[in-house]
Design a protein around this ligand. Structure first.
Ligand SMILES: [Zn+2]
Length: 836
């Protein structure tokens, strides 16, 4: 079972445990239920001292709570570097209990509870560098320090003592002593008192996992909409980037508030709405009420395409939807994670508008389709998480993309009015509390939903996806669950891509009649990407697709074909060589929302894992399209990125670095420049000194990560050795730098240098869970997986990780999934060969 007791970044150890104590697990559902039955929390008062140096901070927490059965015992979660005095109702608690009689190193046993209690915990805690707890980052640009708290999923106890489970919510007051010149933000408006301390109070009860604080010399912008104060934050060194993005962010935030007010019929419940762009963030964003933290990777430094702006707007809308779904009404336990994520994903797309659904199909659904066909797949609702560590592995394409797709189907099935009425009832009934799947089903039933139980069971309690096929007579459906009815639009297309017919259809049975014109060259059963299913196309259709696909006018329709293509390749139904024909013919004509994600798949998975390169066919196609793209256009920028990623020789790219033969209107800004240097590093056309010179010219957080990625990508034994020893052995590097090293490490065509590291991955990756804790462990294991080692011996070696005793849950999930991806590539190579 996994250890979640974090490694203390100061002393680099986990607390010692008495040998009589069982191996530690993370919080189990059973323990959480027992604790919630016994106690209810009235308030938290957290007092932080951030003026005590770069390694640790002071954390003083006072919690008032009631006990239903006086005399009983419970436990408090606290992960301290050093625990000071702890008192319960004024009586000292033996803090050595944390090491001895407690269940694990972060549980503090509290005995002899009264009906009303006050526990006071004084602790010295460690700043983290892994994006969880209280993360501290020093900006390489100016040496300034910034901190932010990430409590999700169970990292709250790394910065304040708490009863860390989603159904023990309480109002929070926060006091912060911060260095001169700092700004402090959190789950409520912040004011600075005469004593120099910052004070904040939450507008409602908080679950520990969405309690936060953001502090540092942040650059801040303010606005207001509909009486709701708005604020944006970013580090001082990227103030100009935030200033440039502010209008788009404030405008979109205001529009989303209006939309969500109308959808929920309930006003934004958390007072002010602050959004802080923070460095080295593990996720896209986190929905802390009143103070969302967003990955700085979405604060684009270079030129951006409209598709990138839509991506950021969708993240903003997703987090705003959480203010109701997740924060105002919180799932009781993590097995109902979908109540948070599927709804935020669905509503985030819905309020961002139609353009967001194209990107959703191309980027998010392909992520979910892959996840739903792995051995690790699980139902959308009820992921069966028995403990918090298992729950963390369910933050995947199923909980997000599949869940959102199923909700789209449900809105059609129920009718939008009933769908929304049920949501409003649910939010109204459970505001500032917790709820479960059955509560939502009841709300929909009360709103007039008919035959709901069977529908929900078929879509939300099952795994996997149906397969839809269409011919000129009917739509066929194959799958495990006969009860899934798909609301789709069936369309037929002429050989020149003209749409011949289009009709809505409910595919409730295999073989639903739907005649198409005899001259149709393509019949798509889900032509505008409405459902969750694999679209399967016959071989003759794939033969025609290089000509047909670029001529399909609706981007949603093309996304359906692109997903069908990737699934057909992964299932070894379509030769990778024939898929490449389609990619070469059709991808350069795509808009960036599709081009970026499908291009990443084509240059990485298709050419790097399924085929041994392509002799530059794809690069030549991108280059030709780039020459034809209007100067300064989105298309030009998007294609330039693909030209760089697909380059097979260094000549053109090396020229761009010195301003030679750069297409008119294309700016080689810092981000595009790093993409060029990365490709040159992969090709062995730059050396470490050159990378160092680029890093010196870009003294920034992003520059440090880019340089790390480029160094790891060099086809040089010394560079690989250095990168690998950091990945498996360095406990001081930040999460961002570790991801960059792992992303750079495996490069198609470098097998001669990376070969020995397949065995090293198998032997060493499991032990990284002793070195680090939280999200970084599983994610790094996934990114560092030897995906370019596409032979059976390597596959068996890598799978061997799963035999390690007491394997971390995050590593187990990452290896299971990555090995499944590698297996598919190996089987396709055996079946179809590898030359293109
Ligand atoms: Zn979310």
């Amino acid at each position: 079972m996994p250890l979640t007791q974090p490694v203390c970044p100061v002393c680099r150890t986990r607390p010692e445990r008495a040998s009589s104590v069982d191996r530690v697990t993370s919080l189990t559902r059973v323990d959480a239920q027992a604790r919630a039955d016994l106690i209810s929390v009235d308030s938290y008062a957290i007092d932080l001292d951030l003026t005590t140096g770069a390694e640790t901070f002071g954390s003083h927490t006072t919690i008032r709570f009631a006990c239903a059965r006086p005399g009983g015992s419970t436990f408090l979660d606290v992960a301290a570097h050093a625990l000071g005095p702890v008192t319960l109702n004024g009586v000292a608690v033996d803090a050595s209990a944390l090491d001895g009689s407690a269940l694990d190193g972060r549980r503090l046993r509290l005995d002899g509870l009264a009906a009303d209690n006050e526990v006071v915990v004084d602790a010295v805690m460690s700043y983290s560098h892994d994006g969880e707890g209280l993360h501290r980052h020093v900006d390489p640009a100016d040496g300034q320090a910034y901190v932010y708290a990430m409590s999700f999923l169970d990292a709250g106890p790394r910065w304040f003592a708490c009863f860390d489970q989603p159904d023990l919510k309480a109002p929070v007051t926060l006091t912060v002593r911060a260095p001169q010149g700092w700004t402090v933000a959190g789950n409520g408006p912040a004011t600075r008192g005469a004593d120099g301390r910052w004070r904040l109070r939450s507008a409602g009860p908080l679950a520990p996992y969405f309690t936060t604080v953001v502090a540092g010399p942040y650059h801040q912008l303010r606005s207001e909409h509909d009486g709701i104060p708005l604020a944006l934050y970013a580090r001082a060194s990227v103030a100009d980037v935030l200033d440039a993005a502010a209008e788009d962010l404030f405008t979109h935030t205001a529009a989303c508030l209006d939309e969500l007010h109308a959808l929920f019929g309930a006003r934004y419940p958390w007072g002010e709405y602050h959004q802080a762009f923070v460095p080295e963030f593990n996720a896209g964003a986190m929905e802390n009420p009143g103070c969302v933290t967003i990955s700085e990777s979405l604060l684009y430094r270079g030129r951006t395409t409209e598709a990138q702006l839509v991506e950021r707007r969708t993240v903003v809308a997703h987090e705003m939807a959480h203010m109701w779904f997740g924060d105002l009404v919180t799932m009781r336990w993590w097995d109902d994670l979908w109540l948070n994520e599927s709804f935020a994903e669905y509503l985030g797309q819905r309020v961002t508008g139609n353009v967001a659904w194209v990107a959703f199909g191309a980027r998010r659904k392909s992520w979910g389709y892959a996840a739903d066909r792995r051995p690790s797949t699980h139902p959308v609702a009820g992921n069966a998480a028995a403990d918090a560590a298992q729950a963390l592995t369910a933050f995947d394409g199923i909980s997000y993309a599949k869940g959102a797709s199923v909700l789209r189907q449900l809105a059609v099935h129920l009718g939008d009015d009933v769908f929304l009425a049920g949501l409003r009832t649910y939010v109204d009934r459970h505001a500032h509390g917790n709820a479960a799947f059955a509560d939502l089903a009841r709300a929909w039933s009360d709103a007039g939903a008919q035959g709901l139980d069977g529908w929900l069971a078929a879509w939300l309690r099952t795994t996997g996806m149906d397969e839809l096929t269409a011919d000129h007579e009917q739509v066929r459906r194959a799958g495990d669950t006969a009860a899934r009815a798909h609301s789709v639009t069936v369309a037929a297309y002429a050989p020149d891509g003209t749409q011949l017919t289009r009709r809505p259809l409910t595919v409730a049975a295999d073989g639903t009649p739907c005649p198409a014109p005899p001259d149709a060259a393509l019949v798509l059963p889900d032509a505008v990407d409405d459902t969750w299913a694999k679209t399967a196309l016959p071989p003759a259709t794939w033969e025609a697709m290089p000509q047909l696909l670029p001529r399909l006018a609706d981007a949603r329709t093309r996304v359906v074909v692109w997903n069908a293509l990737q699934l057909a390749v992964a299932d070894a139904e379509l030769a990778p060589q024939r898929a490449l024909d389609v990619v070469v013919a059709a991808l350069p004509a795509e808009e960036d929302a599709v081009l970026a994600p499908v291009g990443r798949w084509a240059c990485g998975t298709l050419l790097g894992a399924y085929l041994d390169g392509d002799g530059g066919r794809l690069h030549d196609a991108f280059a030709a399209a780039l020459r034809a793209a209007p100067a300064g256009s989105d298309a030009q920028l998007a294609l330039a990125r693909q030209v760089v990623a697909s380059a097979v020789g260094p000549a053109v790219l090396a020229g761009w670095l010195v301003g030679r033969d750069v297409p008119a209107g294309l700016e080689i800004d810092r981000e595009l420049r790093w993409a060029v240097v990365l490709r040159l590093a992969q090709l062995g056309a730059v050396d470490a000194e050159r990378i160092a010179a680029e890093a010196a010219a870009d003294a920034s957080t992003q520059g440090v990560a880019h340089a790390a990625r480029c160094r790891a990508a060099l086809p040089d034994p010394a560079a690989k050795a250095a990168a690998w020893s950091a990945i498996v052995g360095d406990d001081a590097r930040s999460n961002a730098e570790l991801y960059a090293l792992a992303e750079g490490f495996w490069v198609p065509g470098q097998q001669a240098v990376t070969g020995p590291y397949v065995a090293r991955y198998a032997a060493e990756i499991a032990s990284t869970a002793q070195l680090r804790s939280g999200m970084v462990v599983g994610r790094l294991a996934g990114v560092a997986f030897p995906w370019t080692a596409t032979d059976r011996a390597s596959l068996e070696l890598a799978r061997g990780v799963l035999d390690a005793p007491e394997l971390d849950a995050g590593i187990a999930r990452a290896v299971t999934d990555a090995a499944d991806g590698l297996r598919r590539a190996v089987e396709a190579r055996e079946r179809f060969g590898t030359s293109s």
